[in-house]
Design a protein around this ligand. Structure first.
Ligand code: CA
Length: 499
């Protein structure tokens, strides 16, 4: 055999072996130089986008985006409301490790020493970092972390931050006299708390043109920044906030007019005081909306219609940003994550708002588009957790990932969304109340409340209405679920990832 023939056979042999071993990595483009765009919307029920199966709520931009991204159908947050959920996924830690499980715990006072948040890691890696609107729960809770942003737009500035002036300014909003109800200055005052409740517990026409709305303006700022980034050509991280569909459920009239409350079906899982896990919400009121009263059936439909209007409004704003990404030639070099920060009850169980361990709070919408990823356009039904976001970004762009992260990069699911993945997801309400959800069951333990535990058969009862915790036929299942909850997230990892 001549030397050239030998070389040929050696190369052929190598090629025959390599594709089997590195099949997945070979099919993923080089993502290390890509930009990262986060779009985070507040309190977003995964049951609402059209591409998630809602036949009424209109989300044409997200539906189109879904054809070029991976839509995660089983994405779960780790905490029951904003502050702990964001503290969890923006630091890659679960609530009992971040030590933040409610809205009043100050993140930067409680994180384990040495914790590096996502913007800090990106900054260290050389990204130009920009944020538009809310990112962490409040500026006061994240002053150190926010200093990692080169650009802060439409959001409070932490002390000592010295960045550029706003890239865009807007004319002041002219509110009608009837809508004038300014917030009292002292955030610790009773008057402020009363104003907050009054302001939150509303739905319907915002009385503003889209151009006067903060969410629209945030999208405009994002477009201006993308234009700048296209010229400076720095590798960037940009996060844009959408305050909807958080309460108040108000939107410009054109979006409210899209929905006829008469055509909204009644919510599933009608309220039952005697079996409710959170009975106060069925008898007294809810957080955020319908706070001191129970809505009439008509008000239920009107509020759901208004929520859909809010979702359609942010869909339009998000579409504006995605279009600009194309226009500026950045779509092929920018990884896009679109997500809610947790879910929302829309009248199911008689519940509104979040603050529960049930599916409506746990599950949130999540789309991920890595340009050129093989799974784009597909739906991933495997379990992912929001605590996985930081490890995923870390793997894609090559961050120096801290050793104590409590998630698993789901980048491999962007290559093959059908491979076997986590067997369960976890959420924490507080130190003593937690839930584990497998494909078939959810199991909840309560530190206090009407029952110590709840077990639901999700195949038979997806809306979690029949508590089987005391049913002898489910005794073995209950024990297994309790053991899994105690064993924790590591016990639910795919075999290859378990340590
Ligand atoms: Ca929220």
């Amino acid at each position: 055999m001549r030397m050239s023939q030998l070389k040929y056979w050696l190369i052929a042999l190598t090629l025959a072996v390599i594709p089997v071993r590195t099949f997945a990595a070979d099919r993923m483009p080089d993502t290390s130089k890509m930009n990262v765009l986060f779009i985070i919307a507040e309190d977003w029920s995964a049951n609402t986008p059209g591409c998630y199966g809602n036949p009424i709520c209109k989300t044409p931009n997200l539906d189109r985006f879904a054809t070029s991204a991976v839509r995660f159908d089983s994405a779960y947050v780790q905490a029951i409301c904003c502050n702990p959920s964001r503290s969890s996924f923006l630091n890659g830690l679960r609530p009992l490790t971040s030590r933040v499980w409610n809205n009043s715990q100050e993140m930067d006072q409680r994180l384990p020493p040495g914790t590096q948040s996502l913007p800090e890691l990106l900054k260290k890696r050389g990204f130009y970092t920009a944020v538009i609107g809310k990112f962490f729960h409040t500026v006061e809770y994240a002053e150190r972390q926010l200093l990692a942003f080169d650009r802060i737009e439409s959001y409070g500035k932490p002390p000592g931050w010295k960045g550029p002036d706003p890239i865009r300014t807007f004319p002041p909003v002219k509110r009608a006299a009837a809508q004038r109800d300014p917030a009292p200055r002292d955030k610790n005052s009773k008057a402020y708390r009363e104003w907050r409740a009054r302001n939150s517990d509303r739905y319907g026409d915002s009385g503003l043109a889209p151009e006067e709305e903060g969410d629209y303006r945030n999208a405009q700022i994002a477009c201006a920044l993308l234009k700048e980034f296209a010229q400076t050509k720095k590798q960037f991280f940009l996060s844009m906030h959408q305050s909807r569909p958080h309460t108040p459920l108000v939107a410009p009239k054109k979006y409210i007019d899209m929905y006829d409350p008469a055509k909204i079906p009644e919510p599933p899982a009608p309220p039952k005081v005697e079996t409710s896990l959170y009975p106060r919400r069925v008898t007294v009121g809810n957080p955020d909306i319908f706070m001191n009263r129970q809505p009439t059936p008509q008000q239920v439909k009107e509020a759901i219609a208004a929520y859909y209007a809010c979702v359609s409004f942010i869909d339009s704003n998000i579409g504006m940003v995605l279009d600009e990404l194309e226009k500026q030639g950045l779509a092929k070099s920018t990884i896009v994550f679109i997500m809610g920060d947790h879910g929302f009850h829309l009248g199911d169980h008689g519940f509104w708002s979040k603050y529960s361990m049930l599916e409506s709070t746990r599950r949130a919408p999540l789309w991920v588009r890595v340009p050129g990823a093989p799974a784009n356009g597909q739906v991933c039904r495997e379990f992912v957790e929001f605590v996985d976001l930081l490890p995923t970004v870390g793997e894609l762009v090559g961050l120096d990932r801290p050793a104590n992260l409590e998630g698993l990069s789901f980048a491999p699911l962007l290559v093959n969304p059908n491979q076997s993945w986590k067997k369960a997801v976890f959420l924490v309400e507080n130190e003593n109340s937690q839930v584990v959800r497998t494909r078939k069951f959810s199991y909840l333990e309560f530190g206090k409340g009407p029952v110590p535990a709840a077990l639901f058969d999700l195949e038979k009862d997806p809306w979690e209405t029949v508590n089987l915790a005391d049913d002898p036929a489910y005794a073995k299942t209950k024990q297994e679920m309790a053991e899994l909850l105690k064993a924790g997230w590591k016990a639910a990892l795919p075999d290859w990832a378990a340590k």
